[in-house]
Structure formats: structure tokens, C-alpha cells
Design a protein around this ligand. Structure first.
Ligand code: KG4
Ligand code: ZN
Length: 344
């Protein structure tokens, strides 16, 4: 089974072809980072326009690189939410037009579910398992009880982990997106230089990162007032250590509480070297398996959408041309259940 995936939920116009949910045949990403960098973040209307300019070409390139034609495909998968509504609608409209023209089945994929599916590319995995999705828009700890069935353990009460990275990077004058730059700086700094808060450490499965971001902002303002120089590397290393400590604590306790033996870590922040190393060490110590998608499949891409689409179509899920995009789509709504069961 070969599926074309299309992703336009934020600032990457992406298309990919995946076979049998596991084999990546092609993946094309037209990044808008340079377009948004001068604004310090993603400008929604600018993102939509850029997607509209790029989407047809990106899809054509993904098919060409996979050496497949429309008649070789078995379906089309597209991100249908959550995300920027205008941006989502560009990918969705392209997918619906192509589905109508080719007669291929169309399936809408929830963005968080697709991030988790990135881990299935190249790795033999089967639920039940735990998933920690850490990105610019989400910090979610989920018990995946069966394929595409999620039980929410907790999530962020304020900023997402990636958002905190981007805000701290901005305070330090590092260009958007700041996560990779803070990660690189952290490698050369002292993680114990500043003792910043680890909010909700050891308590439940919710997260809070706004206090940490404020602590960094206050420290930088104090140093500026006193005319003291700060080591960017030390600030980055100390901030990253605080984020990583919390993520590792919650994930490891969730493994214990649920008895699951596998933890998938996905989303842009899963590319973070400090997090990958700390979780690998904790997993080895506690005796569970931790799976990270390759860094290039952690940030937004269409391979994860196609991978999820393959599995959804194979299980009989198919959306008609009435499929719509929803900026705030919840996993429960996408799963078609009244409310996602949660545990405390
Ligand atoms: O998954 P993603 O591409 O988009 C969303 O769904 O939000 O995640 C983007 C986020 C950004 O906040 C970016 O700064 C962060 O992931 N990120 C990182 C790293 N690479 C990307 N954060 C920390 N360390 C990294 N290496
Ligand atoms: Zn994402």
C-alpha cells in the first residue's frame, strides 16, 4: 500500500510517499523558516500564502522522487488539525482536489497522532505504548492503548516545551526557531550555572514551563541592569537541564504508573540532544524501551502523515470529500469519541 501524505499545519509545506506504513519512498519539505525569521515567529497569513505557492510543486516532487504515478497510489492522507486554519486549508484543499480527480480514498490525520506515527517509520512497534509529544504547539503525555486510541495522562498548563525554547532563544537574541540553537549552545555550557524552577516536578502528569521562562527573563534583566555579561551557553544549558529534568521525570513516572514497556518521544523537541541522551539513560536504568524518530522526522513533515494514513486506510478509516480542517481539533473529536478518557 502506497500513500501520499500532505502536511501544511504550520510553516512547512511538506509531501511524502510511504509504503506499507513503514517504508519512506520520498519526502519533500519546503521550509518557510527564512520567510518568518524576520518576524521572530510564524505569521499565519504569510504561511498560508506561501503554502498556496508551494503545495502543488512539493507534491509533484514527492511523487517524482518516489518514482510513483497517481495510479500507483492507494490513498491520500492530509493533516486536518490542529494548526493554523488558513495553512491547514491549503493542504486540505489540495488533497481533496487530488482525491476527487484521481478517485483515491482520502483520510484526515490529527497532527499529534501523526507525530507519534513518525516513530513507526523504520521501527517495528505496536501499541500499547506511551507517547510524549513535545513540539512548538504541544506537550502531551499519552497512553496509546491501541492504534490511534489515546488516553491522556497530562499536558502543558501554559507554554508548550518548544514554545518555551523559542521564547528563551528570543530573549537571548537567537533567531527563530530557537530550539535547535539553544540545543547547540547548551552543549558548551554549564547546566548547573543557574538553579531554575522545575515546575510540578514529581507531581502528576501535567507540565508548566512559563515559570521557567520568566525566571530566565528575570535573570537576564537583572544582569543587564547591573551591566554584567551573561554566558549564553550557561543560560541555554541551565534552561535545557530544567526542561529535560521535568520531561524525563514525567515520562519515567508515566511508564511506572501504566506498566507500559515502550515510550515513544515525538515532536520537534524530540530532536533535542540533551533530551534524547537523558531519556536513553533513564530508560536503560529503569528497564523500558525509548524510541525517538530520526531528528529529521521529529519536526513537522509529511512522512509521518503518510505513515499514519497508511495504517488508518488499512484499518478501514476513510473520510469523504466533506472532510474539513479544524484549528483546535482535539484527539477525542478526531477519534470520534465524546471525551478522551484520562487518568490522574
Ligand atoms: O513539531 P514541530 O516542527 O512543530 C509543531 O508541531 O509545533 O516543532 C517545532 C518546535 C519549535 O518550537 C522548535 O524550536 C522545537 O520544536 N525544536 C527543538 C529542537 N528542534 C526543534 N527544541 C529543542 N531542541 C531541538 N533540537
Ligand atoms: Zn508538529
Amino acid at each position: 500500500m502506497k500513500v501520499l501524505g500532505i502536511e501544511t499545519s504550520c510553516d512547512e509545506t511538506a509531501a511524502a510517499v510511504v509504503a506499507d506504513g513503514r517504508v519512506l519512498l520520498s519526502q519533500v519539505i519546503a521550509s518557510q523558516v527564512a520567510v518568518h525569521a524576520r518576524f521572530g515567529g510564524v505569521v499565519p497569513e504569510v504561511a498560508s500564502r506561501r503554502h498556496a505557492q508551494m503545495v502543488t510543486e512539493v507534491i509533484a516532487q514527492a511523487l517524482a522522487e518516489a518514482r510513483v504515478d497517481w495510479q500507483d497510489l492507494d490513498g491520500i492522507a492530509v493533516t486536518c488539525g490542529p494548526g493554523l486554519l488558513g495553512a491547514l486549508l491549503v493542504g486540505l484543499s489540495a488533497a481533496k482536489g487530488l482525491a476527487l480527480a484521481t478517485g483515491l480514498p482520502l483520510v484526515g490525520v490529527h497532527h499529534i497522532a501523526s507525530h507519534v506515527a513518525a516513530a513507526f517509520l523504520g521501527t517495528e512497534l505496536a501499541p500499547p505504548l506511551l507517547a510524549l509529544v513535545v513540539s512548538g504547539g504541544h506537550t502531551e503525555l499519552l497512553d496509546v492503548t491501541a492504534p490511534f486510541h489515546f488516553r491522556r495522562l497530562g499536558g502543558t498548563l501554559d507554554d508548550a516545551a518548544g514554545e518555551a525554547y523559542d521564547k528563551v532563544a528570543r530573549l537571548l537574541g537567537l533567531a527563530y526557531p530557537g530550539g535547535p540553537k539553544v540545543d547547540a549552545q547548551a552543549a558548551g555550557g554549564n547546566p548547573a550555572a543557574y538553579a531554575w524552577p522545575r515546575s510540578l516536578y514529581g507531581e502528576g502528569f501535567d507540565f508548566s514551563f512559563s515559570g521557567l521562562k520568566t525566571a530566565v527573563a528575570n535573570e537576564l534583566a537583572r544582569a543587564r541592569q547591573r551591566g554584567e555579561a551573561v554566558s549564553v551557553a550557561d543560560v541555554c544549558a541551565s534552561f535545557q537541564q530544567a526542561v529535560v529534568d521535568v520531561l524525563v521525570d514525567k515520562a519515567a513516572r508515566a511508564v511506572q504508573a501504566t506498566g507500559r514497556s515502550t515510550l515513544v518521544v515525538a515532536g520537534g523537541v524530540a530532536a533535542n540532544r540533551g533530551l534524547r541522551q537523558a531519556l536513553a539513560e533513564r530508560a536503560a536504568a529503569d528497564g523500558f524501551q525509548v524510541v525517538f524518530p530520526p531528528p529529521a522526522l521529529c519536526t513537522d513533515n509529511a512522512a509521518m502523515v503518510a505513515a499514519a494514513g497508511c495504517r488508518l486506510l488499512a484499518s478501514g478509516r476513510c473520510d469523504g470529500l466533506a472532510l474539513n480542517a479544524h484549528a483546535t481539533l482535539t484527539l477525542a473529536d478526531w477519534q470520534g469519541i465524546a471525551e478522551m478518557p484520562s487518568i490522574r
